[in-house]
Structure formats: structure tokens, C-alpha cells
Design a protein around this ligand. Structure first.
Ligand SMILES: [Zn+2]
Length: 134
């Protein structure tokens, strides 16, 4: 039987694969070689990877990573807000849920308010991140 961890890892892998594919398509000019230059290439790629991630993807990736961490810590399936057990049915639909339905609704209400503020300023790429380094 599949554990939640398997499900989450699969979700994360699929998400990363999708993003990587897009990254490749949008940066064909970038040398594909890894080899000796693995470190720099990886750093450059991570940066580009970051820039190409949409807010939604970043959020999802973060939620999956969080859920995997909670599995390691043994706190998975427990509402972070009120400490109640999150129903299995809910976890099946949303494997990275970290709140019970009640708390989630409350938090979403708050997030919707702050999300509107954030979207005003999109894209949220800091100028200094775009400067070429010496
Ligand atoms: Zn709760």
C-alpha cells in the first residue's frame, strides 16, 4: 500500500519534472552540459528555476516539502492551528493539508486579504536578483 510519503514524493517529482521541462524549453541557449561545471550550472539553474516558478507552483512545492518534513517529525495529519487530527478523507484529497477544515477556512480568509496585497506588486522579483554578479 502506498503511504502518504510516497504520494507526496510523487507529487513533488511530477511538479519538478513539469517545471524542469518548461525550464529546458525556455532556456535552450543554456549549455546543457553538467560535468565539471556542475556546481555553477546548478546554481545558475536554481536561480533560473526560481524565477520561472509561478507563485502557485512555489506555494505547492513548499506545501509538499512541509508535509514531507511533518511526516519525518511525526506531526503529519495534525492541524497546526488547533492540534486536531485531520480526517483521512481530507488528506487523500489534499495530501499536504496542514490544517483541519475549520482552521483552513479561517486562514484562507486571512490569506485572501493578504494575497490581494501581494498580487498588486507582482512580479515580486527583486532587482538585485537580476543584476549580473561580478
Ligand atoms: Zn484546526
Amino acid at each position: 500500500m502506498k503511504t502518504m510519503k510516497d504520494v507526496l514524493i510523487k507529487m513533488r517529482d511530477e511538479l519538478i519534472r513539469d517545471i524542469s521541462r518548461r525550464l529546458k524549453e525556455t532556456s535552450k541557449s543554456i549549455n546543457e552540459e553538467v560535468g565539471d561545471e556542475l556546481d555553477t550550472t546548478f546554481q545558475e539553474r536554481s536561480r533560473e528555476f526560481e524565477l520561472l516558478l509561478s507563485r502557485r507552483e512555489k506555494e505547492k512545492l513548499r506545501l509538499i516539502e512541509d508535509a514531507l518534513e511533518r511526516i519525518e517529525e511525526g506531526t503529519y495529519g495534525i492541524c497546526e492551528e488547533c492540534g486536531a487530527k485531520i480526517p483521512k478523507g481530507r488528506l487523500k484529497v489534499m495530501p499536504f493539508a496542514k490544517y483541519c477544515v475549520d482552521c483552513k477556512e479561517m486562514i484562507e480568509k486571512e490569506e485572501r486579504l493578504s494575497a490581494e496585497e501581494v498580487e498588486e506588486g507582482l512580479p515580486r522579483i527583486r532587482l538585485e536578483d537580476l543584476e549580473t554578479e561580478e
